[in-house]
Design a protein around this ligand. Structure first.
Ligand code: PMP
Length: 429
């Protein structure tokens, strides 16, 4: 298979862009080989600059739930393109977006738009600190909430992939306010609260952890966090940047029936455009500038093109049948992969929440980072490349969740399972 043009572009890119990419995991550093430079995408497929097409399970790391180039999103953006790209003044589209989010997301009474998931979590934490007058925050080892200083402590995603979960450049004075607990272990959280009485401003959690592969919450875990935060007067933040509108129309808080004080969103709500949002209890949101004293702002926040793409996407997702179909396709895919691995005699397990999934070269159960770290990273690498060669594009890291989209039909699922049969055979060798 030729990758000539991707290789040439990767060399060229490295002259001008650190590591050749604008976000680290894209560089294929942990799996080796040349990242595919993408020329275009349609439906469930992306096409690289060497003309090879792949079934895409990354979906731009989550946003492309409707598939690439959805007609309604395209038309909505085209309409906006004709009347202006950015005004830096309020628009009606922003109210439509805010109202829609508040009508769908449990506990969301008010919401502020921003431009990325990182901005959303960073701002939600500042707001929680301003609201409570406290400094400490609790996060979980292996969870990723974007790259703000306070959150790059024992982080997941690329930080975990490259072995620097706590980044150089984060001042010790900042990091000391970040306390880390163990995912799915309520006792570790209770201990931090008890050791820091009246000091914890907020607890932030991915309600389904998607940045240390895909780890679902244990029964009672999220409710336990809710109870501890209420008991200690801390703000509970669900980081639903990945899970919002992915695991269901009401996100993970709807799925598990636990309502946080604040929710952060991103990815899907922008329909592929750069968008983030944070919102929740009105008494907390009212502390935000200009209503209140906690400052937060953005030149391009609520950008009309982004609102148009996001609204077109969210309106189309208002369809329970679509979520049922996505979940069924994902189950079919994972059942097929497990059967293929079993036939090949390869130890392999999967996790799934709706259309979000995790693949593991090891035995389950997968309850947290310690279980994820026990899996065979080398087998993942071999599998990843074997699948890529066979036209299946998985996340180039063993620490990222995968996504099935609305355009992954029977043909794509079957082709993926067939490719995996050959790939698992290679893993065994
Ligand atoms: N929170 C979570 C749960 C995420 O998965 C991500 C990105 N993968 C972020 C925050 C950061 O979002 P962004 O990359 O848009 O800054």
């Amino acid at each position: 298979m030729t990758t000539t043009r991707s290789e040439a572009l990767f060399d060229y890119a490295q002259q001008y862009i650190p590591g050749g990419v604008n976000s680290p995991v894209r560089a294929f550093k942990s799996v080796g080989g040349t990242p595919r430079f993408i020329a275009g995408a349609l439906g469930a497929r992306i096409i690289d600059v060497d003309g090879k097409s792949y079934i895409d399970y990354v979906g731009s790391w989550g946003p492309m739930i409707l598939g690439h180039q959805d007609t309604d999103v395209f038309i909505a953006m085209q309409k906006q393109l004709g009347i202006g790209l950015s005004y830096g003044a309020p628009t009606e589209l922003e109210i439509e977006m805010a109202e829609l989010l508040c009508n769908r997301v449990p506990g969301m009474e008010q919401v502020r738009m921003c431009n990325s998931g990182t901005e959303a979590t960073m701002s939600a934490i500042r707001l929680a600190r301003g609201f409570t007058g406290r400094d400490k925050l609790i996060k979980f080892e292996g969870c990723y909430h974007g790259h703000a200083d306070a959150l790059l402590v024992k982080a997941g995603s690329g930080a975990l992939t490259f072995g620097v979960p706590t980044s150089p450049g984060v001042p010790a004075d900042v990091a000391r306010h970040t306390l880390t607990a163990t995912y799915n272990d309520l006792a570790s959280v209770a201990q931090l609260f008890n050791a820091n009485r009246d000091g914890v401003a907020c607890l932030i959690v991915e309600p389904v952890a998607g940045n240390m592969n895909c780890v679902p919450p244990a029964p009672g875990f999220l409710q336990g966090l809710r109870d501890l935060c209420t008991q200690h007067g801390a703000v509970l933040i669900f980081d639903e940047v990945m899970t919002g509108f992915r695991v269901g129309i009401r996100g993970a808080s709807g799925l598990y029936d636990v309502t946080p004080d604040l929710t952060t969103l991103g990815k899907i709500i922008g329909g592929g455009m750069p968008v983030g949002a944070f919102g929740g209890r009105k008494d907390i949101m009212q502390k935000l500038s200009p209503a209140g004293p906690v400052y937060q702002a953005g030149t391009l926040s609520g950008n009309p093109l982004a609102m148009a793409a996001g609204l077109a996407t969210l309106r189309k997702l208002d369809n329970v049948m679509l979520y049922a179909q996505l979940e069924a396709s994902t189950t079919q895919l994972l059942d097929g992969l497990k059967a293929a691995a079993k036939d090949a005699g390869v130890a392999f397990t999967t996790t799934q929440v709706g259309s979000m999934f995790g693949l593991y070269f090891g035995e389950g159960p997968i309850r947290g980072l310690a279980d994820v770290m026990k899996c065979d990273a080398n087998r993942f690498k071999v599998f990843f490349h074997a699948m890529l060669d066979r036209g299946v594009y998985l996340a180039p890291s063993a620490f990222e969740a995968g996504f099935v989209g609305a355009k992954h039909g029977e043909a794509e699922i079957t082709a993926t399972i067939n490719a995996a049969r050959e790939a698992f055979a290679l893993c065994k060798a």
